[in-house]
Design a protein around this ligand. Structure first.
Ligand code: SAM
Length: 343
């Protein structure tokens, strides 16, 4: 196992905690792999019914930014604006120097105690809880990027130098991870919020290591953002004019933002631009107690948009009943995931 760093870039089989995120290129053995992805628990999707599995849990604790906007304007927050708010808010947390912020939050909490003002104390306690929760979820658990889970999920696709289309790409993390594992192709990232292209992707750390394949040696290779052939389009998914030209179409956390009447459209967006033998990859946050707690505590950071938390069975049934065959399904740390092909 190599653990050296070159030009301060992490090379292989290493993990390192930075102030705002974790770097992790540790590999797993074949036996260990099951720790990172639990797969194929449903034998026959045609046997599932909504009556048996119930409907997803809807998150209803919204960000103050959204509720204040709606109170002030007397109308519902437009969806595009809600994404603009979400992306700025999420990014602000991503770039926080977490150890420093934890100290600040701790000091503010103790100082609030001496004010004897319940509102001030409760607000300082909220800040302290959020930064500790964020540290645990993102830096300790690495639950948001979850590189080992994503690698376990993405492996085994029959593609060479694929063209990858990432719908609602935000910073494009999973597109880059796929491109490291299946190198030599192109990744097209699509998001209709320009902030995602300019800031979330634009300022994505060059030093972040994506562990992938080395076609020259057949061994492993670490890639960085600049190594990928990325095209970033600031466009509405519904306006894209591609043909059936992609080997992989992926979305990460998109389906759960649409109520049931729009779910068939969301599945169709994935099918529309896919080659006949291509793969669709979709993930959605899991409906587990921990996630419910996360979206409650982090509501001001995360909940500007319509959001559901669903089980793997619920996600699978949406995908299956909208015409996809499920090749592989499973869950990683905080997301359900499905790899499918059009039926
Ligand atoms: C919840 S995010 C996906 C999660 C993402 N991995 C992240 O870390 O934020 C969904 C993204 O899809 C984008 N999006 C939603 N609807 C879209 C549409 N119709 N066209 C293009 N992008 C869209 C939003 O701007 C947002 O950045």
């Amino acid at each position: 196992m190599q653990t050296a760093t070159t030009n301060s870039r992490i090379v292989q089989s290493e993990t390192q905690l930075t102030p705002s995120f974790r770097l992790d290129t540790r590999e797993y053995s074949a036996k260990e792999r099951n720790k990172f992805v639990k797969e194929n628990t449903v034998r026959d999707w045609s046997q599932l019914s909504w009556k048996d599995i119930g409907r997803p849990f809807q998150v209803t604790s919204y960000a103050k930014e959204k509720t204040n906007w709606e109170k002030e304007k007397g109308q519902a927050l437009p969806v595009h604006t809600s994404w603009e708010m979400f992306n700025r808010s999420f990014h602000e947390w991503f770039v926080k120097d977490v150890p420093t912020e934890m100290n600040v939050a701790k000091k503010q909490f103790f100082s609030s105690l001496t004010s004897f003002k319940p509102k001030q104390i409760s607000s300082a306690l909220g800040d302290l809880a959020r930064i500790h929760f964020w540290n645990y979820a993102h830096r300790v658990q690495d639950g948001i990027w979850d590189p080992r889970g994503k690698r376990a999920l993405f492996e085994g696709l029959d593609v060479e130098k694929p063209r990858i289309l990432f719908l609602g790409a935000a910073e494009g993390y999973e597109g880059m991870q796929l491109s490291a594992m299946y190198p030599g192709g192109e990744v097209v990232l699509v998001d209709y919020d320009a902030f995602c292209k300019d800031i979330r992707f634009g300022e994505f750390p060059d030093s972040y290591p994506f562990l992938g394949e080395n076609p020259q040696t057949g061994g492993k290779k670490v890639y960085h953002k600049d190594d990928f052939n990325v095209t970033y389009l600031v466009e509405d998914i519904r306006q894209l004019s591609f043909g059936k030209e992609f080997d992989i179409v992926i979305s990460v956390g998109l389906l759960e933002h649409f109520p049931d009447e729009l779910k068939p459209d969301v599945v169709e967006w994935h099918r529309k631009f896919l080659k006949d033998d291509g793969y669709i990859i979709m993930t959605t946050p899991r409906a587990q107690l921990r996630s419910k707690l996360y979206y409650e505590i982090m509501s001001d950071v995360m909940n500007h948009t319509y959001r559901e938390l669903m089980t793997l069975e619920q996600m699978g049934l949406y995908v299956y009943e909208n015409g996809l065959d499920i090749l592989k399904h499973g869950y990683i740390k905080v997301h359900n995931a499905i790899i499918a092909k059009p039926r």
